[in-house]
Write a protein that binds this ligand. Structure first.
Ligand SMILES: [Zn+2]
Ligand SMILES: [Zn+2]
Length: 304
């Protein structure tokens, strides 16, 4: 089952050097989740063959334009192309007003329901949950309220060991409790330990998206042991003061967070327009946390 992030935008503030503002698509077991939706996201989705009609949940980190100005285009195109399914948008509360006023003045009566979910910028919460997945907010520290998102698979049931199930002739009605970890007790009183009849399930996978933020070690406790961490890296270390002033991070600071959190891999993005080449940012991050990659547009990162 797939768990994969596609990068659609990696620029901070403005599109430059073929880089677009922030947007990513997370593909988990045939479902698509959109994370931020900067200007040009729809064009990027077409370029990288993302089937955007399959997106039912959109998570917007904050209301700086480089993180949501593409949303209206996406909402309109879905309408024009006849969408009927609900679209759920998770964001700071003001986004609803921003979207609704545009629909009002264009006299657009959407063909599908838009459902807004408010994020509390002060305390982390579960935003979305189903039988497979949980999405939690991560409180970030930026000039305006801003949240990251932690996508975690839920632990799966144990897998039946077909060989021993056959060998011991275990009846079908015992399968559910075996999958939940119980030992088997037969009608004749015979007992077989669970470990003999089942196999370990695949480890749950996780992805943390840490959007615009100043260096903040408070994040670490919420993303401990994450498989893949995206953390903004707007500046090089020589601009650390500038990063602090503007509530952004340097590449080395992103790497510090990855190291302290025990992340398995780091992705850096949200690059300042001052950097044409991104390799110096990558080098500075790698000096602190080796397993780092640039969030280059069109790249896909799979968590096995
Ligand atoms: Zn930004
Ligand atoms: Zn911002």
């Amino acid at each position: 089952m797939i768990f994969e992030v596609t990068i659609l935008g990696s620029s901070s503030a403005t599109p430059i050097y073929q880089r677009h503002p922030t947007a990513q698509v997370l593909h988990i077991n045939e479902r698509l989740f959109l994370i931020d939706c900067g200007e040009g996201t729809l064009i990027q989705m077409n370029r990288y063959k993302i089937k955007f009609h399959r997106i039912n949940q959109v998570f917007i980190s904050h209301l700086h334009g480089d993180h949501y100005l593409g949303l209206m285009g996406l909402i309109s195109t879905m309408h024009l192309q006849g969408r009927t399914a609900e679209l759920h948008i998770y964001s700071q509360p003001e986004l609803e007003e921003i979207v609704m006023i545009q629909l009002k003045h264009s006299q657009t009566d959407l063909r599908y329901p838009l459902v807004f979910h408010t994020i509390d910028p002060n305390s982390p919460a579960v935003l979305f949950e189903d039988e497979e997945l949980r999405v939690k907010s991560i409180i970030l520290s930026h000039r305006i309220p801003c949240t990251g998102f932690l996508f975690s698979e839920k632990p799966r049931q144990r897998k039946l060991n077909k060989e021993t199930i056959r060998k011991y002739d275990i009846p079908v009605d015992a399968f559910d409790s075996l999958k939940q970890g119980s030992d088997y007790t037969g009608p004749d009183g015979r007992k077989i330990p669970n470990a003999e009849l089942t196999l370990d399930p695949k480890k749950p996978r996780s992805y943390a998206f840490c959007s615009d933020t100043i260096y903040d070690e408070g994040i670490v406790q919420h993303i401990h042991g994450v498989d893949l961490l995206y953390h903004e890296s707007t500046f090089l270390s020589d601009k650390e003061d500038r990063a602090k002033e503007t509530f952004h991070s340097t590449a080395a600071q992103a790497a510090q967070i990855a190291r302290k959190a025990g992340a398995k891999k780091l992705l850096i993005g949200h690059f300042s327009a001052r950097y044409k080449s991104l390799y110096p940012l990558l080098d500075e991050a790698k000096a602190v946390f080796e397993n780092t990659s640039l969030a280059t547009e069109g790249d896909r990162f799979t968590i096995e």
